[in-house]
Design a binder for this molecule. Structure first.
Ligand code: MGD
Ligand code: MGD
Ligand code: SF4
Ligand code: MO
Length: 734
């Protein structure tokens, strides 16, 4: 058989770079960037080749499996669905709809199957819905909802046109951008500087992104809220904002001015860990630039002040005139104009709470930090069955190490995943979708957050196996099983036949047809999925255009600069600071701040089974400044115990001046050493689970998102013989 090359996308991270996949004899022999792709223009990162590695991975499940004792055995799809239906319906009948919990993981958002998962969630009518969003962008959505009237209106950083890019709490040179889809960020950052602009990175670590910047400001972890309040103070007191312009498009300016009246750069400097003059210059330069944008992501979301910080980020962009204008924060005009209609959907904040009453629902879900507790705590409303889809919360969320036991205690657990992971190993049945290379798709979510408007089509590389199901088909079958159908066997069959006709690509085609570029508006010249498909690299629909007025969901169509509870909370933060009270107080003996970090060849918890992704130096290390290491008598490469008040892990120490004194950084997504996990390569380099250190009770004060970057730890030499689990091992298999 001769070689063939197919254009599609790498769906591993939000960049969704265009790739060319060459196949010979049913094997992927080459993956390279697609130069015709309208968004990534030929760029790929080293992870792209993992698309082939995943497809051919012998550990990837090809058929549904059922747990028998400590192991799993293959089971047919029909049998599996019937058992799942019966057992889930039984739980619902006996304990009510909320006794079935559901967890949606990150990769769910990387295919249109997520639409069907949302439908399943609606059919379940459960209050116990959780997702990775509550350890990720919840604060940003919360802010978007309060400032712009819709949680979907998280602004996009117009990196390609800005004169000044200030990055805080993000490392896009590694992550390739998130909630701002911008493949090949490095090139885009270099371009800012090439056209005479300035790039600043505010981060406790001198990151890969910081190396590309003109300036690196090593803020103290969690210090951003003070830094931004002080920047606002400078903007107000030095009269650097166009007040009339602000008042014409927003409300709350007076409250903002009152709030920051006392937040001088001198007062805030020690709290931010940044000197006053630097803060003043940051403010002045942001105001003076022809266009400027603050871009913030998970580093500041995963803080107790996640919402407050993202609010101040949007605020500073807005009051310096950089909201909804080229080079600032903008909103895309995607081919399926999701944001236009979401303002009519309720976000359901506080519609219900977790059983302790501590956390309000937001976006009709509960924060994931209560997941283990909602399963384990007995009584009315207890979760007794779970559906997980594309998630690994045992590794990716803080649960005091109790989630494994919690999942094990369930009456029934069904996982939709292609691996037996630290999480899914507790399932009664695992339903694996076909590999990403076996599905076609038109992603309608990421164009909402892309730096250029576009429509791209994702082609199948391989035909799926005859009995293979895609995630959306699995979701559809689960929906059918959970609907209260009068004559289940008959109506179930009819429904399945109906669902078979509404594939994601079809839904996208309809969405595009009625969208801003579609045939309904533009006639024959209109955009269609077929045209995007024929184009090979998708269709570029131009740069972002100002449009907030048509999208905004506030009643008066003005931006709410000063939601009352945000202002009140910020005032408490400032009052506390005046009294010398920090945001989080360390328990006795915990003297270092722990933050996260990502690696270019890693993707949360699930690429560690592809040999090419874990080759080389072990990466699950604690990064520490030489001063801190010397102070503890520790040296590079030795094993250290990192402990918080709730847990302890052992990892190798990596000493580097790239991290701020008083801070350590450990990546998440490791800890593959548990027994029964089906990841043989990952198990040979297990690393340790950093989420065992994070206290689930530490959350963003508004959205309930896990505040993992607000953790205090102690680091000591590891007791002799405690290396198990660090997995500084070698990778044998190719
Ligand atoms: N301490 C700490 N914890 C963190 C973070 C941090 O910075 N620090 N980051 C957080 C963030 S931002 C996120 S998004 C979460 C991620 O948290 P999760 O989404 O819970 O975890 P992932 O590691 O992404 O696991 C994805 C799972 O989906 C499976 N999978 C992959 N593709 C598919 C598919 O197409 N279909 C199906 N059905 N399954 C698939 C994989 O096999 C894997 O088991 O982690 C969070 N956890
Ligand atoms: N290679 C790779 N790419 C990925 C992923 C991956 O795991 N690997 N995950 C994907 C996912 S799910 C997501 S959500 C995105 C996330 O994308 P990013 O938001 O870019 O995530 P990180 O790389 O974790 O960057 C967070 C940065 O915040 C810094 N930080 C920590 N605490 C603070 C603080 O208090 N203040 C400030 N100013 N900075 C702080 C950290 O040092 C770190 O550099 O990446 C996506 N892309
Ligand atoms: S940046 Fe890398 S992992 Fe992300 S989509 Fe592009 S090639 Fe894939
Ligand atoms: Mo994420």
């Amino acid at each position: 058989m001769s070689a063939s090359t197919i254009a599609r996308q790498c769906t591993l991270c939000e960049a969704h770079c265009g790739i060319l996949v060459t196949v010979e004899q049913y094997r992927v022999t080459r993956i390279e960037g697609n130069p015709q792709d309208v968004l990534s223009n030929g760029y790929i990162c080293p992870k792209a080749t993992a698309m082939g590695g995943l497809h051919h991975d012998p550990d990837r499940l090809r058929t549904p499996v059922r747990r028998v004792g400590a192991s799993f055995e293959p089971v047919g799809w029909e049998e599996a669905f019937q058992e799942i239906g019966q057992r889930l319906r039984k739980v619902r009948r006996e304990h009510g709809p909320s006794a079935i919990g559901m967890y949606l993981g990150n990769p769910a958002a990387h295919s249109s199957s997520v639409l069907y998962a949302i439908l399943l969630r609606a059919v379940l009518l459960t209050r116990n819905f959780f997702s990775a969003s509550s350890i990720d962008q919840f604060p940003q959505e919360f802010v978007a909802w309060r400032m712009f009237g819709s949680n979907v209106l998280m602004p996009v950083t117009d990196i390609d046109r800005t004169d000044r890019l200030v990055v805080l709490g993000a490392n896009p040179a590694v992550s390739n951008g998130s909630i701002t889809t911008m493949p090949n960020v490095k090139q885009r950052i270099r371009a800012v500087r090439r056209r005479g602009g300035k790039v600043v990175v505010i981060d406790p670590r001198r990151t890969e992104t910081a190396r590309l910047a003109d300036q690196h400001v090593a803020v103290s972890p969690g210090g951003d809220v003070y830094l931004l309040l002080a920047m606002l103070h400078v903007l107000v007191t030095e009269d650097l904002c166009d007040e009339a312009a602000i008042r014409s498009v927003s409300t709350g300016w007076d409250q903002v001015c009152a709030l920051v009246a006392e937040a001088t750069a001198e007062r805030m400097a020690p709290l931010a860990g940044v000197d006053a003059q630097t803060i003043r210059v940051l403010a002045r330069e942001h105001a003076a630039a022809a266009s400027a944008v603050l871009y913030a992501r998970v580093g500041v979301s995963q803080q107790v002040t996640g919402t407050l910080t993202h609010w101040l980020v949007n605020m500073i962009n807005a009051v310096t005139g950089n909201l909804d204008r080229p080079g600032g924060q903008m909103f895309a005009t995607p081919p399926v104009d999701v944001a236009r209609y979401t303002k009519y959907l309720p976000v359901g904040y506080g519609a219900w709470t977790d059983r302790s009453g501590a956390y309000k629902s937001f976006r009709s879900e509960l924060p994931v930090v209560v997941l283990a507790e909602e399963i384990l705590a007995e009584g009315e409303g207890q979760v007794r069955a779970m559906i997980s889809y594309a998630g690994n919360p045992v590794l990716s969320t803080p649960q005091r190490g109790r989630l494994s036991a919690a999942l094990e205690s369930l009456d029934f657990y069904v996982a939709v995943d292609m691996y037996i992971t630290e999480t899914t190993r507790h399932a009664d049945i695992i339903l694996p979708p076909v590999s990403p290379l076996e599905r076609e798709d038109v992603n309608i979510l990421f164009p909402v957050f892309s730096v250029r408007n576009n429509l791209r089509y994702d082609a199948r590389v391989f035909d799926p196996p005859a009995d293979g199901l895609e995630d959306w088909q699995i979701m559809a079958r689960l929906i059918t099983e959970m609907l209260p159908l009068p004559a289940r066997r008959f109506s179930g069959r009819v429904l399945n036949a109906v669902f078979d006709r509404i594939s994601p690509v079809r839904v996208a085609s309809w969405g595009v047809a009625v969208g801003p570029y579609g045939v309904l508006r533009r006639g024959r010249k209109g955009l269609t999925v077929a045209k995007a498909r024929a184009a090979g690299g998708g269709i570029d629909l131009g740069p972002l255009r100002p449009r907030l007025r048509s999208l905004i969901g506030t009643k008066d169509r003005k931006v709410r600069l000063a939601p009352e509870d945000f202002v009140a909370a910020a005032r408490v933060v400032l009052d506390d600071a005046r009294q010398g009270k920090a945001l989080t107080t360390p328990a006795e003996g915990y003297d270092l701040k722990l933050i996260g970090r990502r690696h270019l060849r890693s993707n949360n918890s699930w690429l560690h089974n592809v040999p090419a992704m874990v080759r080389g130096r072990h990466r699950c290390t604690a990064l520490m400044h030489p001063v801190d290491a010397a102070g503890r008598g520790l040296s590079d490469g030795e094993l250290v115990a990192v402990s918080s008040p709730i847990g302890s892990i052992v990892v190798p120490l990596e000493v580097s001046a790239d991290i701020r004194v008083g801070t350590v950084a450990i990546p998440h997504g490791w800890g593959h050493g548990e027994s029964g996990v089906g990841w043989t390569v990952a198990a040979s380099v297990p690393g340790a689970n950093v989420n065992l250190l994070h206290d689930p009770a530490l959350t963003d004060m508004f959205s309930g998102a896990a505040a993992v970057n607000s953790t205090w730890v102690a680091v000591t030499r590891a007791p002799a013989g405690s290396g198990g689990g660090t997995g500084v091992g070698a990778v044998e298999r190719e």
